[in-house]
Design a protein around this ligand. Structure first.
Ligand SMILES: [Zn+2]
Length: 154
């Protein structure tokens, strides 16, 4: 796949369009054919460097992602189907601590965000756990570019 990556922090010209191996698909994951990614201020902060925050390089930005399910892992629930239009919930947390149980996942000690703590969606493909995939129903008139306006703020 192709992805916009950076190998070191800096101004926008550190971004390079490079070939990377396709992401692996785990049994609980879907592979998303990325169609749109919003430019969030978080992307600019991460690219420039957040003090005290260390990334694995090369890094892929992009927290607000929409696309189409291309492949489905063997243990993914039937509600998710190949060809489905989706957006991705970029937040990740433990799911078990007191904050997660109260629905305050962003306070979890293990909280992280796609594009910040993990590789994001500035790529042709993204594999994500099925629990973070939100379908965009056909009756919803949002196109890919419109649907990426919401995920990080939800
Ligand atoms: Zn937690």
């Amino acid at each position: 796949m192709k992805a916009a990556v950076f190998h070191e922090h800096g101004p926008p010209n550190v971004l390079k369009h490079e070939a990377l191996p396709d992401p692996e698909l785990g049994p609980q994951q879907v592979l998303v054919d990325v169609k749109a990614v919003a430019l969030n201020y978080l992307d600019l902060f991460v690219q420039a460097r957040i003090p005290g925050f260390k990334l694995g390089m090369p890094h892929i930005l992009g927290s607000d992602i929409s696309g189409i399910i291309k492949e489905i892992g063997e243990n993914v629930p039937d509600e998710l189907q190949r060809g489905m239009k989706v957006v991705i919930d970029p937040g990740r947390s433990c799911g078990a601590c007191e904050y997660c149980v109260r629905g305050e996942e962003s306070l979890c000690a293990q909280y992280g965000i796609l594009g910040e703590h993990y590789r994001g969606g500035y790529a042709d493909l993204l594999s994500v756990d099925a629990e973070h995939v939100i379908s965009v129903p056909d009756h919803c008139r949002l196109d890919f570019n419109q649907s990426v306006a919401a995920p990080l703020t939800l």
